[in-house]
Design a protein around this ligand. Structure first.
Ligand SMILES: C[S@@+](CC[C@H](N)C(=O)[O-])C[C@H]1O[C@@H](n2cnc3c(N)ncnc32)[C@H](O)[C@@H]1O
Length: 252
């Protein structure tokens, strides 16, 4: 019988009742087990992003595909709230064996309606219908993002943590992300680390707090001012923490 669990990753039940996984390679869970996999994806990425971006066509960069929660939670949100919109999702993922094993992952019931999408992405890396285009690129996100310029309305920055996967959190990385984004685009991330916020600030992003009563705080970043979110005074925090600097490619 085919199964998801392997020597690299194991399914783990998270607190909202949805399963996430633990990565032996990165010694980290794919989601916050406290917030819950589905809830984290909706609260820290999908809902805040779509509270800001209102367009007929939305282009999303989902860094990185992992178990696919951010992509699938986006489809769920869209089906329930904006079924007329056209969605384009682009998602790099280094671990091809993970992607191929996802047809055997225990997804929450809410994703049952996306079985065809899950299968298609797991087997072929692409799904397309009249409203949706999704591609999972099997390879390095750093290389992939340099292919795009002025394209993305939304970036879900959901790599493993800056300490375990620093190459996806550096000042130079966010420079490439900025080039791939549109002027009115928004970036979401669970990371509230000051070094992440400094790297965003150094690339011209305004940094905002994304908070809610039932999940731990997260970060939003945008080039334009966001009305409904509290601005993080990054320069003030830098003055108070002079030893904290952004991660740099050359140090990794
Ligand atoms: C925290 S998980 C992503 C969780 C995912 N967003 C979800 O909702 O399930 C981080 C993922 O980044 C992948 N990864 C690590 N380094 C990468 C790289 N350089 N390029 C692409 N993917 C990478 C890992 O294999 C892992 O699947």
């Amino acid at each position: 019988m085919k199964q998801f669990n392997s020597d690299k990753h194991t399914e783990i039940l998270s607190e909202d009742g949805s399963y996430t996984a633990y990565s032996n390679e990165y010694a980290e869970h794919y989601h916050s087990t406290k917030d819950g996999a589905l809830k984290e994806s909706l609260s820290k990425h999908v809902i805040p992003a779509f509270s800001i971006v209102e367009k007929e066509e939305v282009h999303i960069l989902d860094i990185c595909y992992g178990l696919g929660f951010n992509t699938l939670a986006t489809l769920l949100y869209y089906k329930q709230n904006k079924p007329q919109v056209k969605l384009y999702i682009y998602s790099p993922e280094l671990d091809d064996t993970l992607v191929r094993s996802l047809e055997n992952f225990t997804y929450p019931q809410e994703f049952d309606i996306f079985k065809a999408v899950i299968l298609s992405l797991s087997r072929d890396g692409v799904y397309e219908d009249e409203h949706i285009y999704i591609e999972v690129f099997l390879g390095d996100a750093r290389e992939y993002i340099r292919r795009f310029e002025n394209k993305f309305d939304i970036v879900y920055q959901d790599a493993f943590s800056p300490s375990s996967n620093p190459i996806l959190w550096t000042k130079e990385y966010f420079y490439d992300i900025k080039n791939a984004m549109r002027e009115d685009g928004v970036l979401t991330t669970y990371s509230i680390a000051l070094k992440t916020r400094i790297a965003l600030h150094e690339n011209g992003f305004k940094v905002y707090l994304n908070e809610g009563k039932d999940f731990r705080g997260a970060t939003l970043a945008s080039f334009k001012s966001l009305e409904n979110f509290a601005l993080v005074e990054v320069e003030h925090k830098m003055r108070c923490n002079p030893d904290t600097i952004s991660l740099r490619d050359e140090e990794i």
